[in-house]
Design a protein around this ligand. Structure first.
Ligand SMILES: C[S@@+](CC[C@H](N)C(=O)[O-])C[C@H]1O[C@@H](n2cnc3c(N)ncnc32)[C@H](O)[C@@H]1O
Length: 229
């Protein structure tokens, strides 16, 4: 694995410090939470299906960006899926997450973990960008920024793959608990209940859009493919 130069320490965004400190910055909790079983439980045992749905959009040998760290073995599995002919770049703005993911990717020399704010990334365009459960944690203005940045950073014919929450059907037995969790712990998540991901894009017509709701619409995969220039 390549250790990307750290440079200046990136500033931790307010939403991360104020809302998600307990989940991603508190060292004791990071140790507890960075386990595959935790991700599977939080995602109601849908994680493997959702992860594989994201990977199905990615070809081995591609140049791929993972927009932020994910707990468990997500990045290692993605590095394996891409294979040594491709490259995986992962960003994270939290030093503790960067160190964790660098450790988990030690066996994959084609993977690089960058310590920085993905919204300020300065990398060449990718074949595929994989945004896995990041959008719901961002305030809507940052959701817009992220969607437009990722769309700008894919090559012609390239894809941005979003996997995230979605407004569940009214009869969904998990809708009340999800709503309560969002209202108490994840204040920006319902931005994905009120808006389509496509609606955050400034120039949606430059892409073809495919949306696949999953698990009674509690989750969604949205794929934006850039038109060939
Ligand atoms: C991908 S999201 C959620 C992943 C998922 N819930 C899981 O199971 O891990 C969590 C990560 O996003 C990172 N993050 C949030 N905002 C970021 C930003 N602007 N740039 C880079 N990383 C960011 C956090 O530090 C955290 O490690």
């Amino acid at each position: 694995m390549t250790l990307a130069p750290v440079g200046n320490r990136p500033e931790v965004p307010d939403y991360l410090q104020d809302v998600y400190y307990w989940a991603y910055l508190n060292p004791r909790n990071v140790k507890l939470l960075d386990r595959e079983i935790v991700v599977r439980t939080i995602l109601w045992q849908q994680h493997i299906k959702l992860r594989n749905a994201a990977f199905a959009e990615i070809e081995p040998g591609q140049r791929v960006l993972q927009s932020a760290c994910v707990y468990g073995s997500f990045s290692a599995k993605l590095a394996e899926h891409i294979g040594p002919e491709g490259t995986l770049d992962v960003y994270d703005v939290a030093e503790i997450q960067v160190n964790n993911t660098r450790r988990k990717l030690r066996a994959y020399p084609h993977a690089t973990v960058h310590y920085g704010d993905v919204l300020e990334m300065d990398l060449e365009p990718f074949d595929t960008i994989c945004c896995y459960f990041l959008l719901h944690e961002l305030p809507d203005t940052y959701k817009r920024e992220a969607v437009n940045l990722f769309l700008r950073k894919v090559v012609a014919g390239g894809k941005v793959v979003f996997v995230d929450y979605h407004k569940p059907r009214c009869w969904h037995p998990l809708k009340p608990i999800t709503s309560l969790v969002f209202d108490t712990l994840e204040p920006f998540a319902k931005g994905l209940w009120r808006n389509e991901i496509k609606d955050f894009a400034d120039n949606p017509e430059q892409f073809s859009w495919r949306k696949e709701p999953r698990f009674g619409d509690l989750f969604q995969k949205v794929v934006a493919t850039r038109s060939m220039d």
